[in-house]
Design a binder for this molecule. Sequence first.
Ligand SMILES: [Zn+2]
Length: 137
Amino acid sequence: MTAAPQAPVEPMELFRTMLEDEFAAQTTRLTQLTVYARLPRHAGYDPEVLDGLITSARRRIADTAHALRRMSEGSYGVCATCDRPIPLGRLRIAPTALHCTRCGTEPRARSTARREYLGVTVTGAGRLLDPPRARRR
Ligand SMILES: [Zn+2]
């Protein structure tokens, strides 16, 4: 018997399928939304809502494409901060995740958090540890 026993689906293949499906779905969505945006009265959409939907579709396409590229480069599923593997459970929920659960937040959320953090340190003793010269540049 040479036939392989029922092999479990490789998690990476599963994520690749999820990402490719997401990419295709978001591309279709973006095309549709772009058509709506050109129609008179935006097909009944509020222009601001439509802009938001277009921006979010574009971002998801970019995130998905980025994840697929990491997959082809072999860096998919590895935390961009600590180089540890991202738990499969996390990837199942967020297949485009760049960071493990410990390093947590994605870049956008992280930059917001840092700004808030800096806002706090400016008024506190943290200023002494963080030369103002470096911050003003
Ligand atoms: Zn990490």
